[in-house]
Design a protein around this ligand. Structure first.
Ligand SMILES: Cc1cc2nc3c(=O)[nH]c(=O)nc-3n(C[C@H](O)[C@H](O)[C@H](O)COP(=O)(O)OP(=O)(O)OC[C@H]3O[C@@H](n4cnc5c(N)ncnc54)[C@H](O)[C@@H]3O)c2cc1C
Length: 287
């Protein structure tokens, strides 16, 4: 930890105790990234982890995950998370950060960090999540996960806003999901990741006419991009849709893979993930 400009730390016990935002403030969740590198300009830390938000709650319609819910708490989510649980678990196991951080690193911290190679933001996009932000004026602002991150390390979060919760429609937990990711080594950043979704249609008669299918492409792109597929989409349809996403998006081009390589890997992963959800398949970590 090398936060030489920090002169104050506050630990509010409730949201009402959060001090008015000022220039130089940084919200702290697990601190696993914040304390891992110098933070020039940060003078006060506002630690959100003492606020007694319930990590995961479920009603008939919505699953509410608090921003400070840790990866360990997500993995223990069990019945509260339904089908979203295994998807979160696979994403956590695809992270290049150490398992030693899982008790501290939070879902909200990952989302607000907005890494291009975020594993958790794409999951929220696949689940159709909405983010509940608290504004400095004390209001709530709801933003779709798919609209929150707009570039690598860039979101639409305004100064002073903090993420309070991630809201997932309960119906999303009935869908089939498959996450496919590729990286050069088991511990390196992902080169590309694709999550395929298949939500059965109403009626339950086995017909695929009313189902909803989607892909979320990430790690190859600067931020997660979701695209809807036609009901009954096949592997080749998904690969073509994924290539279209790549052609319209900014692709990463670094030591983990050139843009052209990433485009090819995304198409391959999209086909494999779509084949898996077509068979009611589910999860796998890396290829
Ligand atoms: C070496 C290393 C490798 C990593 N590799 C990966 C990877 O491959 N894939 C991946 O997805 N992640 C990766 N991460 C990120 C990691 O998994 C954590 O998600 C991340 O460190 C943030 O978690 P945190 O809860 O500790 O947040 P913190 O470090 O406390 O905060 C992160 C940022 O978010 C802000 N913030 C936190 N909570 C809120 C909130 N509620 N409202 C507003 N702003 C907030 C903070 O001000 C800060 O800017 C890596 C991290 C490290 C250090």
């Amino acid at each position: 930890m090398d936060l030489i400009e920090v002169s104050d730390i506050v630990r509010p016990r409730s949201e009402a105790d959060i001090p008015p935002w000022q220039e130089g403030d940084a919200y702290v969740a697990g601190g696993t990234w914040l304390f891992s590198e110098p933070q020039p300009g940060v003078r006060r830390l506002v630690d959100l982890t003492d606020i007694p938000w319930t990590p995961i709650e479920r009603t008939d319609d919505v699953i509410r995950i608090s921003a400070t819910c840790t990866y360990d708490e997500l993995e223990a989510g069990g019945e509260l998370l339904g089908g979203a649980g295994p998807l979160f678990s696979r994403a956590i196991r695809t992270l290049s950060s150490s398992f030693k951080t899982y008790g501290e690193a939070t879902l909200g911290g990952n989302i607000c960090l907005a890494y291009a190679k975020s594993m958790m933001a794409p999951v929220c996009c696949a689940l159709g999540a909405t983010y509940d932000l608290a504004t400095p004026e004390g209001r709530s602002r709801r933003v779709l996960a798919t609209l929150f991150q707009i570039d690598a390390r860039e979101t639409i979060r305004r100064p002073g806003e903090y993420l309070r919760a991630i809201l997932i429609p309960a119906a999303a937990t009935n869908a089939a999901y498959a996450l496919r990711a590729h990286s050069y080594t088991p511990t390196s950043h992902a080169t590309a990741m694709v999550i395929a979704t298949r939500q059965p249609g109403a009626g339950g008669n086995g017909s695929r006419a009313h189902e909803a299918m989607a892909l979320v492409v990430s790690a190859a792109t600067t931020h997660p991009v979701r695209v809807e597929l036609a009901p009954g989409a096949r592997e080749e349809d998904a690969a073509a849709a994924a290539v279209r996403v790549c052609n319209k998006s900014s692709l990463l081009d670094d030591a983990h893979g050139s843009a052209a390589y990433r485009r090819a890997v995304v198409a391959h992963l999209a086909a494999r993930a779509t084949a898996a959800v077509g068979n009611n398949g589910s999860e796998e970590v890396r290829s």
